[in-house]
Ligand binder design. Structure first.
Ligand code: 5SP
Length: 218
């Protein structure tokens, strides 16, 4: 299991002052920024595009962890990587060439991940485990911040951690949705090493303490 990483979600920042809010992420000592891309089809919401990533890239050294909530991610991975994404995570629910898209992400020089919704069986990501750097288990139905954490998803992260150990694989296990400093320890006990937090992070008065609580979990 990798050492814990907190990835604050830009969705919960003030979208009129993203650069300033990202400075708060850096000042909290974080290394990652989670960037949610929504298309209004795969999820009922719209967020950012490649231009946002391109404009942020020269302003920060944070590792840009880009989560594509798109029906057709294969058509956009190149745009986001050229814009400066360090890692691109693609959903397994839509029908498209998932192994080919993961291979393309790598060829373009970024890390790659797969992500599955709370209602999707963990078996849906199993075919890709040898090809990826991270699996994201959604702990809410994607589309909006501020929802309640679904603890039942942790059975799936536990299974992922078991596969990782048995098969001597090396991928991170990330959770996203309703994550906070109180439920992070139970995530950690179920194999999670990468924590996306939107609302809880940006509302927290002491962001350094929030990061330390998550990243100092053993
Ligand atoms: O992908 C999503 C929502 O679809 C997340 O990344 C949210 O941004 C997490 O926000 P909180 O649940 O932590 O408020």
């Amino acid at each position: 299991m990798g050492s814990p990483i907190l990835a604050p979600s830009m969705l919960a920042a003030d979208h009129t002052r993203l650069a300033e809010d990202i400075k708060c992420v850096e000042q909290a000592g974080c290394q990652w920024l989670h960037v949610d891309i929504m298309d209004g089809h795969f999820v009922p919401n719209l967020t950012f595009g490649p231009q946002t990533v391109a404009d942020l890239r020269p302003k920060t050294k944070l590792f840009l962890d880009v989560h594509l909530m798109l029906d057709n991610p294969q058509e956009f991975v190149e745009h986001f990587i050229k814009a400066g994404a360090d890692q691109v995570t693609i959903h397994v629910e839509p029908e498209y060439d998932i192994p080919g898209t993961l291979a393309k992400i790598r060829e373009l020089g970024a890390k790659c991940g797969v992500v599955f919704n709370p209602g999707t069986p963990v078996a849906a990501v199993e075919p890709y485990l040898e090809q990826i750097d991270m699996v994201l288990a959604m702990t809410v139905q994607p589309g909006f911040g501020g929802q309640s954490f679904q603890e039942s998803v942790l059975e799936k992260t536990k299974q992922l951690a078991a596969w990782r150990e048995e098969r001597n694989l090396d991928f991170r296990i990330q959770v996203d949705g309703g994550v906070n400093a109180d439920n992070a320890p139970i995530c950690r006990n179920n194999g999670v090493d990468t924590f996306v937090a939107g609302t809880a992070f940006f509302k927290s008065e002491d962001k350094v303490a929030f990061r330390q609580k998550v990243e100092e979990l053993v």
